[in-house]
Design a protein around this ligand. Sequence first.
Ligand SMILES: [Zn+2]
Length: 68
Amino acid sequence: MSDDEPRVPIVCTDCGTDARIPLDDVADKLDAHNDRHHDGEEVATVDPDLADQLANLVVEDMGLLDEE
Ligand SMILES: [Zn+2]
């Protein structure tokens, strides 16, 4: 019943991979993928479009928290 957990699309241009990862796991999954497939290079990344949106959301969240 926790399907509303935010999921982040990640893309790997080398592998042609795209996947949606729960926000909490994204950093670990990217690390693991790049470690395993790309010798630790940051080939797989969060979808750039969404990264922008997430950055905005995080900023908004911080703004809201600041007001309290
Ligand atoms: Zn890859």
